[in-house]
Design a protein around this ligand. Structure first.
Ligand code: BMA
Length: 328
């Protein structure tokens, strides 16, 4: 039995695994939990991140507007399922050269050292990784962008590892990047990032074709006694374009650029109508996971077809057993 290192979360959203299901992840029966117009002026709400907050949950949501501009918005929920998302985007305090908005999307959130940190894909002469912190999800303090353009999918580890903070990311280009591996970078102060190490790449050939075009970090890594459980996205290029699925790997606890295990199979992919049909068909894109250390339960939030937000469930043992049953 693997153990999640972290806090218990007795109010984690949860449903039991359906008895006849042959898969390591099961969807919430009332998916999608957030529909495309569940916020004023939203065209679509997806690729969003949540975290336990006070006696419920808070989140940062990607809402693309009906002029199809991308921004991030705070939201709150008592149960992690029903959300109220602000009409107003996150407004940042900080250096005006840095807070200047071009576009913002695909946020991640975590609690570290008593503050909530947000990372997102930030337009700054090309996409890069924006960073900010908040204590109350009302006032947000923007920090320096972590990297030079072009980069996407910046995902912090939830604590210092050794001397340094660490962040996973996926160097990219200005467009719909036809390549992409996962890297790990280190920082003593969350401002200056270096010691960039390659973590893992696409899988060439037929062995695991769902991740043959590009991969990128998804949820904040989950600390277990066996390593960091990384939930990531993998992409295949098909005759109808890119298809995004979700996979898992286990990273070394002290040197997280070292991969200890990786699943050949995806754990979830576009199958339901709301995952296959939308503004961008056939996309499942993970950005957050709640965990309960008491039970090993995991509740994963993922964008569906770049249009709505889904919720799915699993446990740490279910994922690690599946990874070992279908190793890469
Ligand atoms: C990526 C990002 C994601 C999106 C995905 C699929 O490049 O733009 O936000 O979910 O493409 O369209």
């Amino acid at each position: 039995m693997a153990k999640i290192i972290g806090n218990p979360l007795p109010n984690i959203p949860w449903q039991e695994k359906p008895a006849n299901l042959d898969a390591p992840v099961w969807r919430y029966t009332e998916n999608p939990i957030i529909n495309r117009h569940d916020q004023k002026n939203a065209n679509s709400i997806f690729n969003s991140a949540v975290v336990p907050f006070e006696d419920g949950f808070a989140g940062i949501f990607r809402c693309d507007s009906r002029s199809v501009s991308m921004d991030i918005f705070p939201g709150f929920s008592k149960d992690g399922i029903h959300w109220t998302i602000s009409d107003k985007p996150v407004s940042f305090e900080g250096d005006p050269e840095v807070t200047k908005r071009e576009y913002r999307y695909d946020p991640r959130v975590l609690k570290m050292d008593g503050k909530y940190y947000i990372t997102w894909c930030n337009g700054a002469h090309g996409p890069t990784i924006g960073m900010a912190w908040t204590e109350d999800f009302k006032t947000f303090h923007q920090m320096e962008n972590a990297f030079l353009p072009y980069n996407r999918n910046g995902v912090l580890f939830p604590r210092k590892i050794g001397e340094n903070y660490m962040m996973l990311s996926r160097p990219s280009d200005t467009g719909h990047t036809p390549f992409g591996d996962i890297f790990c970078s280190q920082s003593p102060d969350l401002t200056y990032w270096g010691k960039h190490r390659w973590v893992m790449g696409i899988v060439n050939g037929d062995e695991s074709a769902w991740q043959s075009k590009k991969i990128g970090p998804g949820c904040v890594p989950i600390e277990t006694d066996e390593g960091w459980l990384m939930i990531y996205h993998g992409v295949i290029n098909t005759c109808n374009g890119f298809v995004y699925r979700i996979g898992i790997a286990l990273l070394d606890l002290d040197e997280p650029w070292k991969v200890k295990g990786r699943s050949r199979n995806y754990i979830l992919g576009p199958e339901e109508l709301y995952e296959c049909v939308g503004d961008v068909p056939n996309v499942t894109f993970p950005c957050a996971a709640l965990t309960d250390s008491a039970t090993g339960r995991i509740a994963m939030y993922y964008g569906c077809a770049d249009t709505v937000t889904g919720l799915a469930f699993t446990t740490v043992d279910t994922l690690l057993d599946y990874m070992r049953e279908y190793p890469l």
